[in-house]
Design a protein around this ligand. Structure first.
Ligand code: G3P
Ligand code: CA
Length: 240
């Protein structure tokens, strides 16, 4: 079972910052999960919430500020809000990267803007840094956006995020052509994991920090857990 650092090593360092990503690598994470928002100035930034107050010293919606103003904010421990390009440069292919697209929009123009920027940045990272395509997996709760990513970029791996418990998984996963389901620990069950595996899908589970949850994921054959404390989760996993 692989361990991905959820928002970086976010239990001990400010989430979704270059520091948290670096420390995730130090802690031996197999991959890093990060959250990406589309900024209308034409940039992808790494930020979980649409409001700045939650994780920075800024206020209001992030897209009410320009990129220069955003770059001045403190995201904790003197860290900045990174752009996706900065995050990828920092990680530099040293582990896998699960890029979660946070955008909920479905307007064709917006989907095209996001998928175009994403394609450009991943291609750039592969040319300039130590990545191959297999390093990346794109996830989203917005399945319209996932479909648009896949249409633009058939070779990229995608994962459908689900936070509720659908009765059946078959039709939507086939239509989306995802290779993984990323599910909340709250709707994890054996039938879901077995059904996904029967369809050739891997299963990721978020957010898994408690020992009983790690044990349960392992027993059910989960492929990836997203943990805020990859070091502690790994230590515990070794004892099972
Ligand atoms: O990608 C898994 C998980 O991060 C989804 O929920 O709210 O932590 O982004 P959230
Ligand atoms: Ca996330």
């Amino acid at each position: 079972m692989e361990i991905f650092a959820h928002r970086g090593a976010s239990a001990a360092f400010p989430e979704n910052t270059l520091l948290a990503f670096e420390q995730a690598i130090v802690q031996g994470a197999d991959g890093i999960e990060l959250d990406v928002q589309y900024h209308p100035d034409g940039e992808l930034i790494v930020l979980h919430d649409s409001h700045l107050d939650i994780t920075t010293n800024g206020q209001g919606a992030y897209d009410e500020l320009g990129l220069t103003e955003l770059a001045r904010l403190d995201a904790g421990n003197q860290q900045k809000i990174p752009t996706l390009a900065q995050a990828l440069a920092q990680i530099n292919g040293r582990c896998a990267v699960n890029i979660e697209l946070k955008d909920a929009g479905v307007a064709p123009g917006r989907l095209a803007a996001i998928t175009g920027l994403l394609k450009q940045q991943l291609e750039q990272a592969i040319v300039k840094e130590n990545y191959t395509w297999s390093h990346f997996i794109i996830s989203s709760f917005n399945h319209h956006l996932l479909a648009a990513v896949k249409q633009k970029y058939p070779k990229i791996k995608t994962a459908a995020l689900i936070a509720s418990c659908p009765l059946t998984y078959s039709e939507f996963t086939r239509a989306l052509d995802v290779c993984q389901l990323n599910v909340s620990i709250d709707c994890l069950n054996a039938a879901l994991v077995n059904d996904a595996h029967d369809r050739g899908l891997t299963v990721g589970v978020y957010t898994v920090d408690r020992q009983q949850d790690i044990r349960r994921c392992y027993a059910l054959g989960v492929d990836v857990i997203f943990s805020n404390a990859p070091d502690k989760s790994r230590d515990y996993l070794k004892t099972i």
